[in-house]
Design a binder for this molecule. Structure first.
Ligand SMILES: [Zn+2]
Ligand SMILES: [Zn+2]
Length: 255
């Protein structure tokens, strides 16, 4: 079965999609899903982008099945590593995504992060802090949306430029391969234009020893569940990564 391995329901601060809506959308598409709620410990606003994991399992455990698995998206921040690690270690997640949403405790979503800074500086620090975080966290299965910064950067060309940025990107990819992480192909921005800048990054990951890709829509709405799954599968194939999903922390081939 094909799996959308990255989506957010009501335990995520920014999602109002219910589990029933997500499951329904997946069933209509004939795919499985892994719920991956946001856990950004250290988020500046109190009680935002964190959730009660005990409550998550008590509400969703009964609905867990072969095609509805329970995961988490950890917003990796060096200063907050320990409390996040405790959560990863203590709960029986099928799947853990490690993502960078903050760099040097600044929110990449906020325009202030980019203010009076060149692309080389912000993207450089973004990849450096990603490399620092990978390897520090145990129990992460995939590196989430490596192109996250491109969603919010204000530059005319927001895309990752592998050739110009390899000195920062290669250490990330090497570290991820060393730690046997999968690379997420996040379909939120995947289209016929962005694929040209993303493909060299995923290909390089395979060259540096990366083996697996997970595919996630990062949906916050039912209509986005499973979006771009076919295109992402083709991309994984093209760069030589095995598309997988995780159950009980173990990778399972998608085809
Ligand atoms: Zn994310
Ligand atoms: Zn997400």
């Amino acid at each position: 079965m094909l799996f959308d391995t990255h989506l957010h329901t009501t335990f995520s601060t920014d999602s109002r999609m219910t589990l029933a809506e997500a499951a329904d959308a997946a069933e209509k598409k004939g795919i499985g899903i892994i719920v991956t709620e946001h856990m950004d410990i250290g988020y500046p606003e109190k009680n935002a982008f964190v959730f009660d994991v005990q409550e998550y399992f008590s509400q969703y455990e009964a609905k867990r099945s072969e095609n509805m698995l329970l995961g988490i998206e950890i917003g990796m921040m060096l200063a907050q590593h320990q409390p996040a690690q405790t959560i990863i270690d203590e709960y029986p997640f099928d799947f853990v995504i490690g993502s960078i949403h903050f760099v040097d405790e600044q929110d990449i979503y906020q325009p202030s992060f980019y203010q009076e800074r060149e692309k080389s500086e912000t993207y450089g620090r973004y990849f450096e802090s990603m490399a620092e975080c990978i390897g520090r966290y145990r129990g992460i299965h995939t590196l989430g949306h490596i192109d996250y910064i491109c969603r919010y950067a204000p530059y005319e060309n927001k895309e990752i430029e592998y050739a110009a940025m390899r000195e920062w990107i290669d250490p990330v990819l090497k570290k991820a391969a060393e730690c046997e992480l999968a690379m997420e192909i996040n379909t939120r921005r995947l289209n016929s234009e962005t694929v040209h800048s993303l493909l060299p990054v995923y290909r390089r990951f395979a060259e540096l020893g990366g083996k697996m890709a997970t595919i996630g829509s990062d949906s916050h709405r039912p209509e986005d569940v499973g979006r771009g799954l076919g295109d992402a599968l083709a991309l994984a194939d093209a760069v030589g990564l095995q598309a997988v999903y995780f159950k009980n922390g173990k990778p399972i081939k998608m085809k």
